[in-house]
Design a protein around this ligand. Structure first.
Ligand SMILES: Cc1ncc(C[n+]2csc(CCOP(=O)(O)OP(=O)(O)O)c2C)c(N)n1
Ligand SMILES: [Mg+2]
Length: 729
């Protein structure tokens, strides 16, 4: 069994001289390895104890321990290869992270919130592991979001081994800054507690990993509780390993997770299975939780003394001590000596960490976005060719160009493939679908089923896997079929995708593109096929949001979205896909529209309309009519991207006309216009001759009956009336 670099370092300070008897091994573990394992377990426990003390002294601000889980997680750490395999641990995995090579000092830097905390630079709570050099990917607090990312990470390893050319660097786009390393047989470790297996994303991850035969090692650390909720409430029948037994290709192993030798035996088997490419494995380890859920919880409120005493008898630290003595590996004196050396090490690390420099207050904006590539400067001129094309045509053309240009791109989502049953395509029995709006038509046929494919009907699955792939260096360009159904992916979109870079203090990034069909004016689209809601996403730092109004912008913005180094939500208005308005000739394979640069669609002098998306053609119609009928000259500004947005263009227009309407299709209250209007009122007050007006949908849902839809969504006539009233003010 390989000993990690960190372990061999630790051996230098290990105590025992191993007796020179014929070497007896324990599931392949040597006596020295068992001593090392005990050292790691004890080190982990003492670090928790130290943090608890520091918390009581108010020198740190939170504590959650890995106590009781040490044997299982050290076993995983030594069965896997740091910096080679990939790791998506959770907060109980302190001992795993130590086994992989993180130091006590590094762990304590996070507890004190130090500038040099390698996991997050003082941004995340303690025990939120992330170590780039060890392939331990930045971890968050939501239970279970790591699972689908681990699946995506495993897919990326497989993808690059099938497409080694794709790993190459490329100047001028995100690839310049995104290193790719792959080996072809790396395993992806992901762990969760028993309670977390109740999350839907657990089941989505199990489904995809086993269906795709991916090398993901799922470790369920079953301590019988999720805070105060016992396992029988979480899991039908009380056993997760029984419950998942129907998944094909899945190796299931159950063990006493308080016994490192038993745990190592199953981990080794599981790792071998995954590494051989046979599929995923699930290790169900039974552990204990001796220190309550966290320092904010007191388990005596819901667990009687008898139950706690029973658990204590299985404490892995005591058990391992007794084992070492029983097997004559260490005597009591040697154990004491080892423990003393660990205690000294922890104390020294703690004293050092308490002195560590704290992050500078002005560092808070670092790594919200990529520091390397600024999408507001990514621009090139169109080279128009051929006849006018629709927005749908030019989005499709951009996807084709970019798939050709960048082998790291994969396209997936619901129904995006031409046909999943490829033999039908090969035998030319069918024409193929390529998206419910046909935006991805022909992509699978040209680029193959491993680059363009259908996902299960599960939005979190789509975005979660994309996050994992993008973290490894791929460029997933995924599709959410209808904005109305984006919500199952909200966790990944709000808590993961845009945060990876910031929360890891720049160590990791996940620049994926999420294309979403959005909007109404469909005549019969009704509530669940007409929603907008862009302000929910512009409210998220770290996420870029585009909302083009015409074919040319859609093509150029999508290219910038794909080539840039930030995560992008690309909102495509369904009604505009095939509209006569805003068609354009194909602008060539390199056309890019910079983010944050609005377009003045029509110059004017009496008032400004700031808008985007499907309101642009409606506002233009109203502006042309009012100029014709009443001589009122309206300036129309199309924002094109909503985050970032072009404040300069807004300010220039308002300074020129002194009157402004902010218009959008989404409901009025708390909408995107509220922010823009507030900023205009704040910063341009002196330039205004009238109140800032807003035109938007009513504060209702979009109804099916066209008569109602017309009243609900802002029409050209509503814009006309608002223009008229403001001009007269
Ligand atoms: C999505 C989400 N819901 C709720 C929480 C609050 N929470 C944090 S840990 C936890 C219990 C987790 O239990 P389990 O998965 O069994 O892990 P354990 O802490 O027992 O190791 C809960 C409810 C959270 N972090 N994320
Ligand atoms: Mg639990």
């Amino acid at each position: 069994m390989p000993i990690t670099k960190a372990e061999s370092k630790r051996n230098a300070t290990a105590v025992a001289d191993v007796p020179t008897k014929p070497e007896k091994t324990y599931e392949g573990l040597t006596r020295q390895q068992l001593i090392d394992i005990y050292r790691l377990m004890y080190l982990s426990r003492r670090l928790d104890d130290r943090e608890i003390l520091l918390k009581r002294q108010q020198k740190i601000f939170f504590q959650i321990s890995g106590a009781g889980h040490e044997a299982l997680t050290v076993a995983a750490g030594i069965a896997l290869k740091p910096g080679y395999d990939w790791f998506y641990p959770y907060y109980r995995d302190r001992a795993l992270v130590l086994a992989l090579g993180a130091t006590p000092y590094e762990q304590l830097l996070q507890a004190v919130g130090a500038a040099d905390d390698p996991s997050s630079g003082g941004r995340q709570m303690p025990s939120h592991w992330g170590y780039k050099k060890l392939n331990i990917v930045t971890q968050s607090s939501p239970t279970g979001t790591q699972l689908l990312q681990a699946v995506g990470c495993a897919e990326a390893g497989r993808y690059f081994s099938h497409h080694p050319e794709a790993a190459k660097k490329h100047d001028g786009d995100y690839r310049q800054f995104k290193d790719v390393v792959f080996h072809g047989d790396e395993v992806v470790y992901v762990s969760v507690g028993d309670g977390t297996t109740s999350e839907g994303e657990f089941w989505e991850a199990m489904n995809s990993a086993s269906n795709l035969k991916l090398p993901v090692l799922f470790v369920v650390e079953d301590n019988q509780y999720a805070i105060s909720v016992p396992v029988e409430v979480q899991t039908a029948g009380g056993s997760i390993s029984k419950l998942v037994s129907g998944f094909p290709n899945l190796l299931i192993q159950e063990c006493d997770g308080t016994d490192p030798v038993a745990s190592y035996a199953v981990m080794k088997r599981a790792v071998e299975y995954c590494r051989a490419g046979k599929g995923p494995a699930l290790v169900h380890g039974h552990v204990i939780r001796p220190y309550s859920h966290s320092l904010s919880d007191d388990e005596r409120l819901y667990r009687p003394e008898s139950e706690r005493r029973q658990d204590a008898q299985r404490d892995p630290i005591n058990r391992m001590q007794m084992f070492l003595i029983r097997e004559n590996i260490l005597n009591e004196e040697e154990i004491n000596k080892l423990e003393k050396s660990v205690d000294d090490e922890v104390l020294a690390a703690s004293q050092r960490a308490e002195q560590a420099a704290l992050p500078a207050a002005d560092s808070i904006y670092n790594h919200v976005y990529s520091p390397y590539l600024d999408p507001t400067t990514m621009a090139s001129e169109p080279q128009p060719k051929g006849t006018d094309k629709t927005m749908a045509d030019l989005i499709n053309a951009c996807l084709k160009d970019e798939l050709r240009n960048d082998e790291r791109i994969v396209v997936f989502g619901e129904d995006v493939a031409d046909c999943s049953r490829e033999e039908y395509l090969k035998q030319k029995q069918i024409k193929g679908k390529g998206g419910v709006f046909k935006l991805t038509a022909g992509l699978q046929m040209e680029f193959g089923g491993d680059r363009v494919f259908n996902s299960p009907l599960a939005e979190a699955n789509i975005v979660g896997r994309a996050v994992g792939m993008a973290t490894r260096g791929m460029k997933p360009v995924v599709e959410i079929q209808f904005f109305d159904y984006i919500w199952p992916a909200m966790h990944q979109l709000r808590n993961e995708l845009p945060l990876i870079r910031w929360r890891s203090n720049g160590a990791f990034s996940s620049p994926a593109v999420v294309r979403v069909a959005i909007g109404g004016y469909l005549t019969g689209g009704a509530i669940y096929h007409s929603q907008c809601g862009e302000s929910i996403f512009t409210h998220i730092p770290g996420l870029r949001v585009c909302f083009p109004s015409n074919a040319l912008d859609a093509n150029g913005l999508l290219r910038t979205a794909i080539r840039c180094d930030d995560p992008v939500m690309f909102l495509e208005h369904k009604r505009l896909y095939r509209e006569t308005f805003g068609r354009s000739p194909y602008p060539g394979p390199d056309y890019m529209v910079p983010f944050g640069k609005a377009k003045v669609v029509k110059e004017g002098k009496h008032l400004s309309v700031i808008t985007y998306g499907a309101v642009v053609p409606r506002a233009l119609q109203a502006a042309q009519r009012i100029e014709r009928e009443q001589g009122i000259s309206v300036e129309l500004v199309d924002l094109r991207t909503l985050s970032p947005y072009d404040w300069e263009a807004i300010a220039n227009s308002v300074r020129k006309t002194s009157k402004v309407i902010v218009a959008h299709e989404d409901v009025l209250s708390w909408g995107y216009g509220a922010e823009i209007a507030a900023r205009i009122a704040d910063e341009l007050f002196e330039d205004l001759d009238a109140p800032v007006r807003r035109v938007a949908a009513t504060d209702t849902f979009v109804a099916y009956q066209p008569l109602l839809e017309d009243v609900i969504l802002p029409q050209a006539n509503d814009l006309y009336k608002a223009m008229e009233s403001l001009a007269k003010f």
